[in-house]
Design a protein around this ligand. Sequence first.
Ligand SMILES: Cc1cc2nc3c(=O)[nH]c(=O)nc-3n(C[C@H](O)[C@H](O)[C@H](O)COP(=O)(O)OP(=O)(O)OC[C@H]3O[C@@H](n4cnc5c(N)ncnc54)[C@H](O)[C@@H]3O)c2cc1C
Length: 355
Amino acid sequence: MKIAIIGMGLVGRILAWRLHESDQTIKISLFDQQDRDYYGTGLIAAAMVAPHSEVPNTEPIVQRLGQHSFQRWKDWLPKLEAQTQQEISYQQNGTIVVAHPQDQSDWQRFQIKAQAHIDSKEWQTLNQTQLKHLEPELAQTFSQGLYFPNEGVVDNQALYPALNHYFKQAEIISLYENTRIDNLNLISANFDKVFDCRGNGASHDLNNFRSVRGEVARVIAPEVKFSRAIRLLHPRFPLYIAPRKNDEYIIGATQIESDIDTPVTIRSGLELLSALYSLHQGFGEAQILEFLVGLRPTFSDNLPKIEWGEKIIRINGLYRHGYLFAPILIDDVLNKIMGNETGIHFPQFIVNNES
Ligand SMILES: Cc1cc2nc3c(=O)[nH]c(=O)nc-3n(C[C@H](O)[C@H](O)[C@H](O)COP(=O)(O)OP(=O)(O)OC[C@H]3O[C@@H](n4cnc5c(N)ncnc54)[C@H](O)[C@@H]3O)c2cc1C
């Protein structure tokens, strides 16, 4: 079988890897308008796998998806590490949610949503002693928190290069970098199946599709020692902090209905950094390494979709949950390709356009 994958972002890369792993006779051609080291949306992302603490921003189904994703990342990353001899951490230390005393209404609203929608095994309230035990420096500012112990963060800075390495080793995978493809029908004559994984680049071929701009700051903060993802509830500037190696943190993210990816505005920068400083004053001495902008590919219901045509299959709409959605969507794509329809976990995301 000859397969083309258009778009070497998060979905395209993982799909190529999993396809090759499931059947090493499939010839895979991967195309991208950028080169393999391009810093696109999937790399800009904080890469949190956070179905539960995202509850105010999501549909209930996202939590069920999350259960599968936790397990997939735990299974997959050690395999990829072994295949490429590259370290890719998956920190499954949980997420802590906090709010300042003046934002008690947000705090209460969040707790009501958690009680209504999240399985009680997936979260717990923390008093100051418990908070101090988990994140001592957070307890200097906050007297309570909510803890989501199973949530994690993928080290996407390591994942992308590891996949590059894998593609280099797998002779049967061909990479076509700096190759923009707009007409998928034209290319489909040369392949058995074409996967459209262009994210925002596919907007002209999709209905009810939009982009949601997100801005993040990458900082290095030697005076701050957080070992897990932190979320700050705020009426205007909700914030998350995703820890990386060597005292680095990703601080995000704005959520703006726009498909313009011009540099970060002063307003967004100020909002992110002032909310950050209110959380831990050690961030006052942090160095800003960079501000980054990405566009989240999104359908009108904020849920992903697999449009399954006779030859062209479009996987898109991963919105702010690429690392949460991708493993299970790709598992389901593989099940369908291999004819294992009963193994499909989320058939509701598959729209059949086969004629
Ligand atoms: C600020 C921010 C923070 C985020 N944080 C998180 C998070 O914490 N957790 C989480 O799960 N998700 C997060 N996300 C979401 C996640 O990054 C996206 O859902 C994911 O990257 C979408 O993957 P994709 O493969 O569909 O698109 P992309 O990753 O954007 O990849 C699309 C690829 O297609 C290529 N392409 C486009 N057009 C063409 C063309 N015509 N020809 C050839 N190639 C083309 C592009 O160059 C790109 O490489 C975040 C996103 C942003 C912006």
